[in-house]
Design a protein around this ligand. Structure first.
Ligand code: ATP
Length: 581
């Protein structure tokens, strides 16, 4: 397929707001592609070159794009600066060019050129990248150039997530969404949307049979439901296991032996990014392991050797860094507490019940003989009294709570269900947990804050069924002056000129500045209420809103679609009501 045709499809999708129509347009598009093109397009429609765990690396600065646009539009860099200020998007600036392309490049050729652009590095690369990109853009039409530029600048947002693509694949194959669970199951095992697209286009649903857990390719993580009391948990799942809820950051560990016989350890974050280079000390801990292959999951925590205790999250998070890794590894040693095993030497354990999985985890980690690795403590709780006592003992030691786990629960990749239930410390107020919200825009503010150019944030939650973001609160507290300044900078990096098509906001709440739904922030509130103005969970009003919301922190380990969902808000609302009355 010619890239120019793909660009027209992109533009059609971008102008469509109906979720169903977007999905149908995608289905039509994939039906026209060869298997290899399907793989490439599956990445490109999401603004990526490959799955997140392999990363996209253009490192193209805005300054460089000013020169590119100036050369394409035959104007000065100063004029380009005015244009970008007006339009707010590099793609829109470039696509107003009037040059004619003489040849038609196909998708695979453009992709290969983009790969070459990624590879340009070293001294002189700033100029080399500019020249290379100008040449590529001149060989396609201006509309295509606009989309290529947005991919290079990492801000192509066509208004849907990978979830809509799974629906689209099902629609492509059989004209309805019924095959989505099957396709999603494969995607949860192998978090590579391009691979799934390629297989489906080549061989239909039956081709997915070849998909299974694979070392080196992250598995989409299982997540926990929440309940408010130990009684609720026992009533829901009966006697269960309980583990401490460690407050560090989640890592999925993949270990294998490469072709040269060397052990390779990879660490993937909660949102499946490759963090391997950050933790050489943890990688070293697996060096004596007697197994060729292993996939396990755990929580990394900073450890105070002198006191023999884990440090709070604020300390642990300092180890998430790209530079001076060795120095920090020495000054701030980490421990990895493993709580699950998913695969070992050719055997997948995801469908093995936890009571059988846990001993295999103990055996595997014990065999590593490393003081840096621990296995999560696990106790049996037969009654709500025992569960409550275990909970109290843990929060007494400063932990944020416990995880109750179904004894015979399997590991369900990508799913949030009652196989794991989190029970957290109850804080003042009716809502006992924090909410992960997505920033959708900001307001300039009045009075003193007007000086910062930002006075309040509009935030939303993710509606999984509709694959869109719906508003739940306007937040004006919780940030100190310097945090407002930093927040404005972060928001301005994601600023968009118009309301994104996957954001639903009532007109009275339109922000002064729209922000693409990418920034996840943790919010604490007193209560979830019904609201006549917020759209969360509303086909008609009232939706849900947060009462007295305040900002706590930014969460960089979650993508927008991993934020709290409308469906979770509904559950929290129901639980909260029951506790109050
Ligand atoms: P989620 O991961 O459920 O979307 P979250 O990242 O906001 O939510 P919490 O809701 O606080 O985190 O709890 C779930 C997280 O707790 C897991 O993702 C994992 O990182 C962490 N965790 C800590 N201890 C355990 C444990 N023993 N078993 C499983 N997860 C644990």
């Amino acid at each position: 397929m010619h890239f120019s045709y793909l660009a027209h499809r992109f533009s059609l999708i971008e102008r469509t707001s109906s979720r169903l129509e977007i999905m149908q347009l995608l289905a039509e598009l994939f039906a026209m592609l060869s298997p290899l093109e399907a793989r490439i397009v599956a990445y490109l429609v999401l603004g990526q070159m490959r799955p997140p765990f392999l990363g996209t690396a253009f490192n193209f600065a805005a300054k460089g794009m000013e020169y590119v646009a100036a050369r394409l539009l035959h104007c000065s860099v100063a004029e380009v600066a005015v244009l970008i200020e007006q339009k707010g998007d590099w793609g829109d600036v470039v696509s107003q060019g009037t040059w004619q392309s003489t040849i038609e490049l196909d998708i695979a050729t453009v992709y290969a050129e983009l790969e070459r652009l990624e590879d340009i590095s070293g001294s002189g690369s700033f100029d080399a990248k500019i020249s290379f990109l100008v040449q590529l853009l001149r060989s396609v039409d201006p509309l295509s150039a606009g989309y290529i530029v947005r991919i290079v600048m990492q801000n192509l947002r066509l208004g849907f997530s990978d979830m809509t693509m799974l629906d689209a694949f099902s629609w492509m194959l059989q004209g309805d969404k019924k095959a989505k669970p099957l396709i999603e199951r494969a995607y949860n095992l192998v978090a590579d949307i391009g691979r799934i697209a390629q297989l489906l286009v080549a061989g239909g649903l039956s081709a997915l049979k070849s998909i299974s857990v694979e070392v080196g390719v992250p598995i989409r993580p299982a997540a926990a439901e929440r309940l408010m009391t130990a009684e609720d948990i026992i009533a829901k799942v009966g006697p269960c296991f309980a583990q401490p809820k460690y407050d560090g950051f989640r890592l999925q560990v993949h270990s294998c032996i490469d072709e040269s016989g060397n052990r390779v350890i990879k660490f993937f974050s909660r949102n499946l990014l490759d963090m391997s280079s950050m933790f050489p000390d943890l990688a070293q801990a697996f060096s004596c392991m007697p197994y060729r292959e292993l996939i396990c999951e755990g929580e990394a925590l900073a450890y105070d050797e002198a006191n023999g205790s884990y440090l709070p999250f604020q300390e642990t998070v300092k180890r998430k860094r790209k530079h001076q890794v060795d120095m920090f590894a020495q000054d701030m040693p980490l421990r990895l507490v493993l709580f699950d095993i998913l695969y070992r030497d050719g055997i997948s354990y995801i469908d093995t019940p936890l009571d059988e999985r846990y001993p295999i985890l103990q055996e595997s980690i014990g065999a590593c003989q490393s003081s840096v690795l621990d296995v999560a403590e696990q106790v049996v709780c037969d009654s709500s009294f025992e569960l409550e006592s275990y909970f109290l003992a843990n929060i007494g030691q400063g932990l944020e709570g416990i995880m109750a786990k179904r004894k015979n629960g399997i590991y369900q990749p990508g799913k949030r269900n009652f196989n794991w239930i989190k029970l957290k410390r109850i804080e003042r107020g009716l809502l006992d947990d924090t909410i992960d919200t997505v920033v959708l825009g900001y307001y300039f503010g009045q009075g003193r804050r007007a000086a910062f150019g930002i006075g309040a944030l509009l935030v939303g939650v993710y509606n999984k069924e509709r694959d869109c973001f719906e508003t739940i609160a306007k937040i004006g507290t919780g940030l100190k002056d310097h945090e407002w300044v930093a927040m404005k900078k972060t928001c301005d990096e994601e600023k968009v000129m118009q309301q994104p098509t996957d954001v639903t906001v009532a007109e009275g709440l339109f922000p002064d500045v729209w922000v693409a739904p990418r920034i996840v922030i943790v919010v604490r509130a007193d209560e979830i209420t019904r609201s006549p103005i917020h759209t969360a969970g509303a086909t008609k009003f009232p939706g849900f809103a947060l009462r007295f919301p305040r900002f706590l922190s930014i969460r960089s380990d979650k993508s927008a679609v991993d934020a709290t969902t409308v469906q979770e808000i509904q559950e929290l609302f129901a639980q909260q009501k029951r506790v109050v009355f």
